[in-house]
Design a binder for this molecule. Structure first.
Ligand SMILES: [Zn+2]
Length: 163
C-alpha cells in the first residue's frame, strides 16, 4: 500500500460485539420515556476509528470479524483515510493486509470499551480519550486499559498497584 492511498471503510469488518457497540455509540438512545442520550459519535465510522485508536494504543486485536459489517454509514462514499495509521502497524503481514489488521484493532477497542468503560447506559468516552492522549497500558490485575502515567500507582479500575 502506498502512502496516501485511501482504504474504503466498506472493507472494515467488525466482530458482532464491536458492531453493536459502534451502533450504540452513534445512535440516540432512549434512556427513559422522554429522556434521550444524544449520540456520542456523529457517525458509526467515527466510533470505529475511536476503537481502532484504542486497539493500536496497546497493540491488541480481536480477529474473527469476518461477517461483512462493512457498510459503515456515512463513510462509504469517500472512503476513510486510514493510510496515516498504517505506519503504526507492526509486522509485514499487517502491512500486507492493513484493512484486516485495522478491523481487528477496532473490534478489540470497541469490545474493550463496552467491557470496561460502560456503566449501565453511559460510555466513559472522555476518560478513554484522556488515556489515549498519552501512553496506555493494560492493568496486570483486571486487564483494563489505563494510562501509562498511572503505572506505579493504583489502577483506577481495580485498585491494585500497577507497574
Ligand atoms: Zn486494574
Amino acid at each position: 500500500m502506498s502512502a496516501g492511498e485511501r482504504i474504503g471503510a466498506r472493507n472494515i469488518t467488525l466482530t458482532q460485539g464491536a458492531h453493536e457497540v459502534g451502533s450504540d455509540l452513534s445512535s440516540v438512545v432512549e434512556l427513559d420515556i422522554g429522556v434521550e442520550r444524544p449520540a456520542l459519535f456523529k457517525e458509526k465510522g467515527e466510533a470505529v476509528l475511536f476503537g481502532m485508536a484504542m486497539g493500536l494504543a496497546v497493540g491488541r486485536k480481536k480477529e474473527g470479524g469476518m461477517t461483512g459489517f462493512g457498510q459503515i454509514e456515512g463513510l462509504e462514499s469517500g472512503g476513510l483515510d486510514l493510510s496515516s495509521r498504517i505506519h503504526l502497524l507492526g509486522d509485514e503481514e499487517e502491512k500486507l493486509n492493513p484493512v484486516r489488521a485495522l478491523s481487528g484493532y477496532a473490534s478489540w477497542g470497541l469490545e474493550h470499551l463496552r467491557e470496561y468503560y460502560y456503566a449501565g447506559t453511559k460510555y466513559e468516552i472522555s476518560k478513554v480519550a484522556q488515556i489515549l492522549s498519552g501512553p496506555a497500558i493494560l492493568c496486570s490485575g483486571c486487564g483494563a486499559m489505563i494510562s501509562g502515567d498511572d503505572s506505579l500507582e493504583e489502577c483506577p479500575k481495580c485498585g491494585i498497584l500497577v507497574g
